[in-house]
Design a protein around this ligand. Structure first.
Ligand SMILES: [Zn+2]
Length: 481
């Protein structure tokens, strides 16, 4: 093997991002180094798999000693793996599951990973493709496929899947049927952001249904185009999909619970500060204004635009909180937290918020206040409930959040049972970077205001400084009744 990569101090200005001394480089050696590093990554993955399995066993042992019930053992382990690997708790839990299988059931695959013959993804393929087999059959495939390192090395992803499938079908034809029903149980629909204020709506469906939906859309597009519709086939298919799923007669009529967060300057004074669409992210100010205006001007009485005001501290953009004496988070506060946090607050998670969590538990005297409540997804909320986890609001912003405004944004520190600390600072809000310009109707109060945005746009806007010097942020809820 070649000696380790020669690196110099990192110097982006030198135009040599890897820090490789170009003068010493020989192309053939560089290729050898790329291969050596690839094998090193695989070996590191294998070591991570083993360490993960030992951590899991130790934690379960400690939890059992502490008197945890059998079905609660292992709680919070996946989340800790995720945090350590800078991945979501959800992915951490999957990685934990793969570690358990590789160390207990598939020794040949783990060996191949250790030797660098396959990478972490191919080891995952072998785990996934044998998931529906008996332990005995799985071990047989482990030996047949991963026991032959020379052959294994020659297989690409698709070939590896095909080879595993062929063998498992020969061993257990029923497993294919089981696989199909397991796969069908994993059907889902997801929505993720695409560039230019578009989204990808993805459905993972059983083949007959997926093909059926596509054929129905194609037929409708062909029919309309034959009848003279000037839209493209793709446009008609997309519009038809929206119309049929939402039950609206026209795709552009659909607006169900779209929420927008923007400053009053962006809404009313034409400022260019971007707005936030919760669940999507930043959108251009003009796009947000058009969305509000279009809705406001509709004759459709069922669609209403609600405009609420949230106030931010002038210089920092920090939302001004509200308190409640109850344990249950009131609707106004929940909305406030949803705007402030946008997604699950656990570092690297990013899942939608499902729970409003008392950072310091209510039973320990934690208050129901904006300060002490954070938005979490279901998995993270459960992980945080495992023994040995704690969290606290801190004043030091999490790493990567720099600047004066970050120092005042809401920051939570989660401490795992091993004593590792992970900081999470709430994302910046629209208007947070601008200097203080406090303008608002003085008689409006936090959360209580619901006026029609159409009215607000048409009505001359009286600018009166807020008595507390606060800065208004518009929370706009476009909903179809
Ligand atoms: Zn989460």
């Amino acid at each position: 093997m070649e000696p380790p990569l020669q690196t110099a101090a990192f110097n982006p200005a030198a135009g040599d991002p890897a820090g490789v001394r170009r003068a010493d480089a020989n192309p053939a050696q560089l290729i050898d180094q790329i291969r050596a590093l690839e094998e090193l990554k695989a070996a590191a993955s294998a070591a991570q798999v083993r360490v993960t399995a030992v951590f899991d066993a130790l934690t379960r042992q400690a939890q059992a000693t502490a008197g945890l019930k059998a079905d609660q053992l292992g709680k919070g382990v996946g989340a800790q793996i995720g945090l350590a690997r800078r991945e979501s708790p959800n992915r951490g839990t999957r990685m934990l599951g793969i570690s358990r299988i590789l160390t207990r059931e598939m020794p040949h695959t783990l060996h191949a990973l250790t030797r660098g013959v396959i990478n972490e993804w191919r080891a995952t393929i072998l785990v996934k493709e044998t998931a529906c087999l008996s332990l005995e059959d799985r071990q047989r495939i482990d030996e047949q496929v991963a026991g032959n390192l020379a052959e294994l090395e020659s297989l690409g992803d698709n070939q590896l899947i095909a080879r595993t499938k062929t063998l498992s079908y020969a061993l257990d034809p029923h497993s294919v049927v089981n696989r199909a029903s397991k796969a069908a149980s994993e059907r889902y629909v997801s929505c993720r952001p695409a560039p230019d204020t578009m989204t990808y709506l993805t459905g993972l469906l059983p083949v007959a249904q997926g093909v059926g939906v596509f054929a129905a859309l194609t037929r409708e597009a062909d029919r309309l185009r034959a009848a003279g519709d000037s839209r493209t086939k793709g446009q008609i298919m997309a519009d038809t999909l929206v119309e049929r799923v939402t039950g609206r007669a026209k795709a552009e009529d659909v607006r169900v619970q779209v929420q927008l967060v923007m400053t009053d300057r962006a809404l009313l004074a034409g400022s260019a500060e971007p707005a936030v669409l919760p669940g999507y992210g930043m959108v251009p100010a003009q796009f947000a204004r058009d969305l509000v205006r279009k809705t406001g001007s509709r004759t459709d009485k069922a669609t209403r635009t609600w405009l609420r005001r949230l106030y931010t501290e002038p210089s920092t953009g920090q939302l001004v909180g509200m308190d409640s004496l109850a344990r249950l988070v009131p609707e106004g506060l929940a909305r406030f937290i949803a705007v402030r946090d946008q997604v699950c607050r656990m570092p690297w998670c990013g899942a939608p918020i499902r729970h409003f969590d008392h950072i310091k538990p209510f039973r320990d005297g934690g208050t129901t206040s904006a300060e002490n409540i954070q938005g979490l997804c279901e998995a993270c909320n459960q992980a945080k409930e495992a023994p040995g986890w704690s969290a606290a609001v801190v004043t030091q912003p999490a790493p990567g959040n720099t600047g004066a405004a970050a120092a005042t944004r809401h920051t939570v520190e989660t401490i795992t049972p091993t004593g590792h600390r992970y900081g999470s600072t709430s994302p910046p809000l629209p208007g947070a970077t601008e200097s203080a310009q406090s303008e608002s109707d003085s008689n409006e109060h936090l959360f209580n205001e619901s006026v029609s945005a159409a009215e607000a746009i048409i009505r001359p806007f009286t600018v009166v400084p807020h008595p507390d010097g606060l800065f208004p942020l518009q929370f706009i809820d476009l909903r179809a009744a």
